[in-house]
Design a protein around this ligand. Structure first.
Ligand code: FE2
Length: 294
């Protein structure tokens, strides 16, 4: 399928929700022509020391959706996150919507099914999700035409979602002064990430771009919205025409110095199941910490 053309005359209302534990930004994206909305990358909080899950962020999203009389059509994961646990099933149980992720989630399930030594009851076919998006896949939020672009590099299953004039970058690009996401997780690839970013940067300059993480570099306030044009001009890792080779060299050196995200092991075993928490033989929610695997 060829890449669909974005319709810049459609301007969805985008509301951001910031999770301070993982510096994740979740979004509610409302179709301007109807009460339909999509939720992108909702978070479930995890206190690792206590082994306790909470849903403050998801509860805020639910309250917002109910207060505004919105209908949730989609709950979209831009990828299998390694830094926070997904709130998607908690939201779906309360406000509906179909949970969607990129079809290459099956690659992530293969890789981490081995790392977590999952048995055959863990299906590696993406069946935990309601929809597996393919490259250039189209879908609707109410009357708003949307599409998904496969953008591997950070992880094999990453997708960028385009809704009207808004682009949801997932973990490909950060804000211009934040650069790009790491590419050293299993299945990551710095060259692929560069190519994926170039594809995003070829979208029209005036499109709004919403990122999934911000760490407030150099003490600036947390931010999440920029434009394609600003990223192309000023992104510190790929802007102003930086070459593929320069990017690969820089990204590889930088990634070698980064510690693993604090919640990578809890996050992956939940998120590769569509956000469902695994259970022990008696049905108690339980996580594994495999040693010396990452
Ligand atoms: Fe990520």
């Amino acid at each position: 399928m060829t890449q669909p053309k974005p319709d810049l005359s459609v301007k969805p209302e985008v509301t951001a929700f910031f999770d301070a534990q993982s510096n994740t930004i979740s979004y509610v994206v409302k179709d301007p022509a109807s009460p339909a909305c999509a939720v992108i990358d909702p978070v479930m909080e995890f206190d690792a020391a206590a082994g306790r899950l909470t849903h403050d962020g998801s509860n805020k999203i639910i309250a917002f959706i109910q207060e505004h009389g919105l209908t949730t059509e989609w709950i979209i994961e831009t990828h299998v996150h390694a830094d926070h646990l997904s709130g998607a099933p908690y939201l779906q149980d309360r406000i509906g919507g179909r949970i969607g992720i990129g079809e290459h989630v099956i690659t992530v399930q293969e890789t981490f099914g081995k790392i977590f030594n999952e048995g055959t009851e863990f299906e590696r076919d993406g069946s935990q999700f309601d929809r597996l998006f393919t490259d250039n896949d189209t879908y609707q939020v109410g009357q708003m035409a949307c599409f998904a672009l496969h953008t591997p590099g950070h992880t094999p299953a990453c997708m960028v979602h385009v809704m009207g004039d808004a682009v949801f970058a997932g973990d490909t690009l950060f804000m211009p002064d934040g650069g790009s996401a790491r590419a050293d997780f299993p299945g990551g690839d710095a060259g692929q990430l560069y190519d994926s970013i170039q594809r995003i940067l070829s979208l029209p300059d005036e499109m709004r771009l919403f990122i999934c993480h911000d760490y407030g570099p150099n003490g600036r306030a947390i931010a999440w919205e920029t434009t394609i044009g600003d990223e192309r001009a000023a992104n510190i890792h790929v802007g102003a025409g930086k070459s593929r080779d320069e990017f690969i060299r820089f990204r590889t050196e930088r990634d070698a110095e980064l510690a693993m995200p604090a919640l990578i092991l809890p996050s992956l075993q939940v998120n590769m199941r569509g956000g469902d928490v695994p259970a022990d033989e008696d049905g108690n929610p339980t996580l594994k910490i495999p040693l010396n695997k990452l």
